[in-house]
Design a protein around this ligand. Structure first.
Ligand code: NAP
Length: 308
C-alpha cells in the first residue's frame, strides 16, 4: 500500500507542535506540502491557500485542516470536491448544522471526513472508561482551567464569533466526558462570562445531567495563572476516579494507577490512515452539541475586557 500523502493547511501552533511530528511517526503517512498564508516548512512545497495547493501543488491524497474553525468548512468543501480525504482539527465547525452537508458530501464521494477529538486518545481515557463501566456513577466534576496567554498567544480568532473562547479547550473535556460515560448527558444550565470587548466567553460554568439525574458540573476558565488544571473527577459507589493532565493520568482514591506517554496525535493519524483505506468517515458531533447548548441556555455575564 502506498503512503497517504498529506498536506497540512494552516501552519500555526498545533501544526508545528503536534501534526508534523505525528505524521513523521505514523506508518503509511507522509507530509508532502504546506498551505498557509505566512508560514512554511523548509524543504516542503508551500502554497498560500488551499486553492493554490489543489491547483498547482504536488499530488496529495489528503489534507489536515489546522486552521481556525471559522474558515475550515470552505477548505473542507474545496478539498473534498478535489477528491481528497479531510482531517479536521477540533472543534469540527463553528456550528453543528454545517457538518451535515459535509458528511453527506464525503459519503457521496467516498472520501474520509475525520473530525478529530485528540483528547479522547489521551492514554488514560480508555482505562477510565473501562473502570467506570462496572461502577455506579454518583457525580462528575470537571475542572479545566488554563492561562490563555500561555496556551493561545496572539490567537485573535479565539475571541471572535465561532472561536469558542474558553470552550476551545473546554470542548476537550467534554469530548473525554462523553467517551467515558456510558449514558448521554445534556446541559441543564450554564453561566458564560464574556469580556466586555470579546465575542466569546473567557470562563464558563455548566450543569449537566443524564436522564437518571446524574449531577455533572464543569468549570472552565482561561484566567488561570500558576498551576493549570485539566481534571475530571468521578465519584462512584466504589471509589473516586480522577483523570488529570487532560486524560494522561488516572488515579483511584488518590493513588495513581495509569500514566503513559502522550501519543494522542500519532493515534489520530493512525486512525486517519485506517479510515482513508475505505473512505469511511468518523464524525461525532456530541461534544460540539453540548457547547452549542451551553450557548443556547447560558446566562451571560460581562466581565472586564481581555487584553492579550
Ligand atoms: P494558530 O496558532 O492560530 O494557527 C492557525 C493557523 O491558521 C495560523 O497560524 C494561520 O497561519 C492560519 N490562519 C489563521 N487565520 C486564518 C484565516 N482566516 N484563513 C486562513 N488561515 C488562517 O491556532 P492553533 O492553536 O494551531 O489552532 C488551530 C486549531 O487547532 C484550532 O481549532 C484549535 O482548537 C486546534 N487545536 C489547538 C491546540 C493548541 O494547543 N494550540 C491543541 C489542539 C487543537 P497563516 O498565517 O500562515 O495562514
Amino acid at each position: 500500500m502506498t503512503d497517504l500523502r498529506i498536506a497540512i493547511v494552516g501552519f500555526g501552533k498545533i501544526a508545528r507542535d503536534q501534526h508534523v511530528g505525528a505524521i513523521a511517526a505514523t506508518p503509511g503517512a507522509t507530509l508532502v506540502a504546506v498551505a498557509s498564508r505566512n508560514a512554511s516548512l523548509p524543504d516542503l512545497p508551500h502554497f498560500a491557500t488551499i486553492e493554490d495547493l489543489l491547483e498547482k501543488g504536488p499530488a496529495i491524497d489528503a489534507v489536515s485542516l489546522c486552521t481556525p474553525p471559522q474558515v475550515r468548512r470552505g477548505q473542507a468543501v474545496a478539498a473534498l470536491a478535489a477528491g481528497k480525504h479531510v482531517m479536521l482539527e477540533k472543534p469540527p465547525g463553528i456550528g453543528v448544522a454545517e457538518l451535515d452537508p459535509l458528511i453527506a458530501m464525503a459519503a457521496g464521494l467516498k472520501r474520509t471526513l475525520f473530525a478529530t477529538w485528540h483528547s479522547r486518545y489521551a492514554p488514560a481515557v480508555e482505562p477510565a472508561r473501562e473502570w467506570l463501566a462496572t461502577r455506579r456513577i454518583l457525580s462528575v466534576h470537571i475542572n479545566w482551567k488554563e492561562d490563555v496567554r500561555v496556551w493561545h498567544p496572539g490567537q485573535a480568532w479565539i475571541w471572535e464569533p465561532g472561536g469558542l473562547g474558553v470552550f476551545d479547550p473546554g470542548i476537550n473535556a467534554l469530548s473525554i466526558l462523553t467517551r467515558i460515560l456510558s449514558k448521554p448527558v445534556f446541559v441543564t444550565a450554564a453561566e458564560l462570562a464574556f469580556p466586555a470587548n470579546c465575542q466569546a466567553p473567557i470562563a464558563a460554568k455548566l450543569l449537566l445531567a443524564d436522564l437518571d439525574g446524574l449531577p455533572v458540573t464543569a468549570e472552565f476558565d482561561f484566567r488561570q495563572t500558576g498551576p493549570q488544571s485539566w481534571d475530571i473527577s468521578v465519584e462512584t459507589d466504589r471509589g473516586q476516579m480522577t483523570l488529570s493532565g487532560g486524560g494522561r493520568r488516572m488515579s483511584i482514591d488518590g493513588k495513581e494507577v495509569a500514566e503513559a506517554p502522550d501519543e494522542e496525535y500519532r493515534e489520530l493519524y493512525r486512525r486517519f490512515v485506517e479510515l482513508s483505506v475505505t473512505g469511511a468517515s468518523d464524525v461525532d458531533l456530541v461534544p460540539l452539541r453540548l457547547v452549542a447548548d451551553a450557548f443556547l441556555l447560558g446566562k451571560r455575564i460581562i466581565v472586564e475586557p481581555f487584553v492579550d
